[in-house]
Design a protein around this ligand. Sequence first.
Ligand SMILES: [Zn+2]
Length: 162
Amino acid sequence: MTDVSETDLNFIRRAIDLAVAAVEEGNRPFASVLVAADGAVLAEDCDRTNLSGDPMSHSEVNVIRTGIQKHGIDRLAGATIYVSGEPCSMCAGTILRNGIARVLYGAPGEVTGPYLAGKRLGQRYPSAGIFALAGDKLKVTSGVLLEDARRPLELYVAKGSP
Ligand SMILES: [Zn+2]
């Protein structure tokens, strides 16, 4: 875990707290915070697939959409996205397409997988192959505050949400 600042840790903590709140509301255990290169928070949101019925409303897509709608796509240049768990392939592609420079996430897919077993989820493809397409333009850090990042997942299992 290199190049992770105290500011980064605070935004990961925020994403994890939002993911816990998401589970409490009946949503899935993921959330994201999108932060501009100058440190301004552009958007934060949770996964809304359960309650919205929109299978594409993952937290990463939600914050990127909102961030662009509210602030313009230029504000995403050099931005960082913080996610409570590893982005899926759809979100990895969305991150790649919109100028984001850094991705930091808590729980990697190997950790989230068992918590999600038996849930109503589609085929999962790892994000690493998609992130690799960006080469040096994207820096990805996995496993940030991993133990904290288990909290929303554990709550999700305990709650028995779909
Ligand atoms: Zn996703």
